[in-house]
Design a protein around this ligand. Structure first.
Ligand code: F0G
Length: 466
């Protein structure tokens, strides 16, 4: 097969690494898995990892570090203050983001907690293309209200659109005018947009949002968990960027923001870590005070020196375009395979994985019987594959009688850990879906046995609907 430039385009995804250290996969029998899932009350979070063959529960903190990162771990400077590893980390973050004030944290939600506490946003609004759940929870824990403004195409799963992660700038501006700019503390741009399929945000949209918010003096922060994947999508899909190195694209993305928060567990390819970065000296001083209160001194955050070293290296490695090609192409390849079995997915496939539309795939299961969770269970029983539900179990609200009100979507997220699995693992997943598709009408819905009020999907106990 040749591409438009008449260059040879290989069909095989060549993982741009060779494997030096291996971990065994958790092989089990179907009989065993049926018992495991029943004992886990049909909740993916209750399954022991050793009983999982392919773990696509999350791409967060599950990546494989490189030999260079492991070498960095050994070189980590564990001094309490002023460690060399901090300065390596700070230099890297400054180079990519252009922000002067760099504050390490132990993970994304620690950055969120510190930032929104420092902003004092009680009674006010934070606007976003879409808040991730923990971002929303941290905004709301301060007494503020989190408002999402995705474009309408975000929820049209079949429709192709290059930048479904974009914010609806007009709607955002209308909201600012309605509530008054003094009542909007911040605008968050999540790249890529995790809640709606790992879809990218275009450079133009970042620019438009920044220009609009600047008019009202509303600071814009980028939730940069998957900034490199977003930058690569811009290279592939946005006019004028096809020859620009991904690193330069990333640097330009941060030009359209006043600061950034990051869960480094994603695109810094580390198992733990995060940061806040900004230019505002007053705000950063306040953030550092909260950092010292809850995380640790300002040159280590909640981390060890070795973690800072690994993060600095990971942030540079993630911008390797061969790696990003393998990453984005793997998600696309999985999507193509699922489509061959007529599995309805969210189009186009995202940066960190594929989202299956369970509402469409299992129309015989009502939302209150959790079709997406039922599909997660089936994937585990048939193939030992662990995924996560993004639907009524995660987002469903309950009425006064305790009945479930359906969520707007019933999705199964297949999130790919970075540099962990190969094309043959993906082929296996496609094969399992093929088997499931043949008997999909036999899949049964679920009922709640026990459930908490907050972040209930992590602990809910379920059973098969009788
Ligand atoms: N922002 C985004 C966009 C995220 O996807 C996450 C985490 C966070 C912030 C919070 O970061 O976990 O380091 O505290 N997402 C994970 C997931 C949990 O599975 O999508 P954290």
């Amino acid at each position: 097969m040749k591409n438009e430039k008449n260059e040879w385009k290989w069909k095989t995804i060549i993982e741009p690494f060779k494997i030096k250290m291996v971990e065994p996969l958790g092989f089990t029998t179907r009989e065993e898995r049926e018992k495991v899932i029943e004992q886990a009350y049909y909740n993916m979070f209750n399954i022991k990892a050793e009983k999982v063959l392919i773990d696509f529960l999350t791409d967060s903190g599950t990546g494989a570090m490189s030999a260079t990162q492991w070498a960095g771990i050994m070189m980590g400077d564990e001094s309490y203050a002023g460690a060399r590893s901090f300065f390596n980390f700070e230099t890297t973050v400054k180079d990519i983001t252009g922000f002067d004030e760099v504050i390490p944290t132990h993970q994304g939600r620690a950055s969120e907690k510190i930032l929104f506490t420092a902003l004092e946003c009680k009674g006010k609004y934070v606007i976003a293309n879409s808040h991730f759940d923990t971002t929303r929870a941290n905004v709301e824990a301060t007494g503020a209200i989190a408002m999402d403004f995705p474009i309408k195409e975000a929820s049209q799963f079949e429709k192709q659109h290059p930048f479904k992660g974009n914010a609806d700038v007009e709607k955002m501006e209308k909201f600012i005018k309605e509530k008054g700019e003094k009542n909007i503390v911040m605008c968050v741009m999540t790249v890529t947009n995790n809640s709606w399929g790992g879809q990218p945000v275009s450079m133009q949209n970042l620019k438009d949002v920044y220009e609009m918010c600047s008019k009202y003096k509303i600071p814009v922060f980028i939730d940069a968990a998957r900034f490199a994947e977003n930058a690569y999508f811009i290279k592939l899909r946005e006019k004028g960027y096809d020859k620009t190195p991904v690193k330069e694209i990333a640097q330009e993305m941060f030009e359209y923001a006043d600061g950034a928060m990051m869960s480094a567990k994603k695109d810094a390819i580390v198992n733990i870590g995060g940061f806040l970065a900004m230019n505002d000296k007053k705000l950063s001083a306040k953030c550092r005070q909260y950092l010292i209160l809850t995380e640790g001194f300002s040159t280590y955050g909640g981390l060890a020196g070795r973690d800072l070293e690994a993060m600095a290296i990971g942030l540079r490695e993630v911008l390797d375009e061969k790696y990003l090609h393998y990453r984005i192409r793997s998600a696309e390849y999985l999507g193509e395979g699922l489509k061959r079995h007529k599995i309805p997915i969210l189009n186009p496939t995202g940066g960190h994985g594929v989202y299956v539309d369970a509402k469409k795939f299992l129309p015989h299961i009502k939302p209150q019987n959790f079709p997406a969770q039922a599909l997660c269970c089936e994937l585990y029983i048939v193939g030992g594959i662990r995924t996560v539900e993004v639907g009524t179990l995660m987002f469903g609200k309950r009425d006064a009688k305790g009945n479930f009100l359906p969520a707007p979507m019933e999705l199964v997220r297949l999130a790919m850990p970075r540099r962990v699995y190969t094309q043959s693992h993906i082929d296996y997943i496609i094969e399992v879906f093929g088997e499931i598709a043949k008997k999909k009408d036999k899949i049964k819905g679920l009922e709640v046995v026990e459930m908490s009020d907050m972040l209930s999907h992590f602990t809910a106990k379920l059973k098969i609907k009788g």
